[in-house]
Design a protein around this ligand. Structure first.
Ligand SMILES: Cc1ncc(COP(=O)(O)O)c(C=O)c1O
Length: 323
């Protein structure tokens, strides 16, 4: 069940399209070159999480590639339409009724998902438009979150360190690499994930040519240390430097704000692989899967299961309480 809402000047709240029918021109530069930007955000109970941070990052990604995109107000309206339509379709599918206009089948299986949290994924996608045109193509896609992500929040993940090949200062020297932008060109990121799975792992942490820890293919990296006990307990949360050619994570940003308010010490890299192995906990964090505890990196256990679980519970509480 996927809902598509195209941003269209003639439809201020967006134009719902049938996701089971072709809707994109074959010459769209998003399809032919991966020339565009996107955002993925989680909607819980009908409310998008940290929409402003995602809209701001969409703007900054678009600026990095000289792409004119619709206003934040137009995105917000289309998001509201997509959320309303998706929830309406899901409710009617759960009730065993017909899926309404703009819905796309896949109905009776929904009743089996009733005890799953009320979550959906919104993707905001904008491309440079069809070849020869100057009008971007922009749409919002609403869909079910992948079940694997939910499972990995609980079970944790095994990770491989893989080289990305660039050094950690390349982003400033070579802005055309678009390293801090969330572009549609994710083929390399997906290839890294496939490589990890073929080699018995669930996910990846990229390292730079100069030996720094960077990010996951679809997530930010966090590590934590906890020292002492009781009221003197010191907890430190660290993430790689945001200017080292990584995407500034909206989830990492929101968690750091909440952790600071809760008395955690914060640090921004540089992080080296040895720091991950010395940590009490390592996590990959992103908007849809949220916090995935890392059990092993390159086959080596990170921290101890008990400490990892305790810190994970504390961080999950902070994420839950954050906007
Ligand atoms: C490369 C990369 N880094 C980090 C993140 C985490 O960003 P966010 O927390 O905003 O989802 C993502 C999210 O998809 C990503 O693709």
């Amino acid at each position: 069940m996927t809902v598509l809402v195209f941003l269209d000047p003639s439809a201020p709240d967006g134009r719902i399209a049938d996701a089971s029918k072709p809707t994109l021109m074959a010459t769209d530069q998003g399809a032919t070159r991966g020339d565009g930007v996107f955002e993925s955000l989680l909607v819980v109970g009908g409310t998008p999480r940290k929409p402003q941070a995602h809209l701001d990052r969409l703007d900054s990604s678009a600026r990095a590639m000289d792409l004119q995109i619709p206003s934040q107000d137009a995105w917000r309206r289309a998001m509201t339409t997509a959320v309303t339509e998706f929830r309406r379709n899901r409710a009617s599918a759960r009730a065993g009724g017909a899926v309404g206009a703009g819905g796309t089948g896949e109905d009776s299986r929904m009743s089996a998902t009733e005890n799953i949290p009320d979550e959906m994924v919104l993707k905001l996608i904008v491309t440079r438009g069809v070849e020869g045109s100057t009008i971007p193509t922009a749409w919002v896609q609403a869909s079910e979150p992948p079940a694997t992500g939910r499972a990995q929040r609980e079970s944790g993940i095994d990770v491989l360190l893989l080289e990305r090949g660039y050094d950690s200062s390349i982003a400033e020297r070579a802005p055309w690499l678009l390293l801090g932008a969330k572009t549609l060109s994710y083929a390399v990121n997906m290839a890294a994930l496939r490589y990890a799975r073929v080699h018995g792992a669930d996910d990846v942490i990229f390292t730079s040519g100069d030996g720094r820890v960077l990010e996951g293919p679809t997530s930010s990296v966090l590590l934590a240390h906890a020292e002492g006990g009781g009221p003197d307990r010191v907890k430190r949360l660290i993430t790689p430097q945001l200017d080292s050619g990584i995407l500034p994570g909206t989830s990492q940003g929101a968690l750091f704000t909440a952790a600071k308010a809760a008395g955690w010490e914060l640090g921004y890299g540089p992080v080296e692989p040895g720091d991950l192995f010395d940590a009490d906990g390592v996590w990959l964090i992103s908007s849809i899967r949220l916090l995935a505890p890392v059990n092993h990196i390159d086959g080596r256990e990170i921290g101890s299961p008990g400490v990892r679980a305790g810190l994970t519970a504390e961080l999950n509480q902070l994420i839950h309480d954050a906007e």
